[in-house]
Ligand binder design. Structure first.
Ligand SMILES: Nc1ncnc2c1ncn2[C@@H]1O[C@H](COP(=O)(O)OP(=O)(O)OP(=O)(O)O)[C@@H](O)[C@H]1O
Ligand SMILES: [Mg+2]
Length: 271
């Protein structure tokens, strides 16, 4: 059972600090949901966990089973069992979908083991069927020309075949029609096990009706400001985030800041 711990994680992108001290522990068997307004740092968190080189850890630690992985390259993180289903999956012309997943799965095998290709083909086909994906998919270039919903299903196909121990799913529900949402939800739920710790990033309750989380975290402006259970999802779905901002004094602070900067500009222009 894997444990991923984020300890006082401060993260910047191109000189701008986006995450201001994230503390979160994800254990195998647990499903966490992270919700929060646009631009609040949810994808930044997912990217830094996977090791995207554009994002920089200013301070704090990422620990996998107690070991610091702050400087571990992306491929090594993947070999250790971390997986990210991206918010915007990348198109890779020239590399077929099948070759991509086969290479990823092969590179995660221990040195003495070889991929049993026949068995893998069957597993690929079965997984594609379970996700109700078209049969020509294996030979198409990775994500090229895929619809938004197809790209999202393809991320889950990769997850099914890679069998991670820690998975971040970043807005896996965006672009899915109602049937696809159910299919993705059922497939992800069927992967739940004590061997898998999951973090679902989403804006909507509808995904969490299918994949029920154990913990719900609200992120605002790069901080996890509240953690609770399923009741938080309903509250956000019906009332948004304003009640929480008010409770925490966040909107007041913003207004004061805007007034202050407007005041400063006005003073400057008068002078
Ligand atoms: N290169 C960059 N330079 C400056 N700011 C950036 C850069 N890349 C991202 N950001 C900012 O970081 C903030 C957090 O972005 P992030 O994608 O993590 O938000 P999010 O919570 O996932 O939002 P959404 O719900 O819209 O997906 C945003 O304000 C974004 O504009
Ligand atoms: Mg995002």
């Amino acid at each position: 059972m894997a444990t991923l711990e984020m300890k006082d994680l401060v993260v910047s992108v191109e000189g701008n600090t986006i995450l201001h001290g994230i503390n979160l522990i994800v254990n195998g068997g647990e499903t966490h949901a992270i919700m929060g307004p646009n631009g609040t740092g949810k994808s930044t968190l997912a990217q830094i966990i996977m090791g995207h080189p554009k994002y920089k850890i200013e301070s704090g630690e990422i620990l996998l089973d107690g070991v610091n992985i702050n400087d571990m390259p992306v491929d090594e993180r993947s070999r250790k069992g971390i997986f990210l289903a991206m918010q915007n999956p990348v198109e890779v012309p020239g590399v077929t979908n099948f070759d991509f997943v086969k290479t990823a799965v092969t590179s995660r095998l221990p040195k003495e083991k070889h991929l049993r290709i026949g068995k893998f083909i069957l597993e690929f086909e079965d997984s594609a069927k379970e996700l109700k994906m078209g049969s020509g998919l294996a030979h198409r270039f990775l994500n090229q020309g895929f619809s938004g919903g197809e790209k999202k299903r393809n991320e889950i196909l990769q997850m099914k075949l890679l069998k991670p121990s820690i998975a971040f799913l970043d807005e896996i529900d965006s672009g899915l029609d109602v049937d696809a949402l159910r299919i993705v939800g059922e497939n992800v739920t069927s992967m739940k096990s004590p061997q898998l710790g999951m973090v679902l990033i989403t804006h909507y309750q509808r995904l969490l009706d299918y994949i029920v989380p154990d913990f719900v975290h609200i992120m605002i402006k790069g901080n996890i400001v509240k953690t609770g259970g399923k009741e938080l999802i309903e509250k956000i779905d019906s009332s948004g985030y304003d009640w929480l901002k008010e409770e925490l004094g966040i909107s007041d602070f913003e207004e004061k800041k805007v007034q202050y900067s407007l005041g400063t500009c006005a003073t400057k222009s008068i002078k």
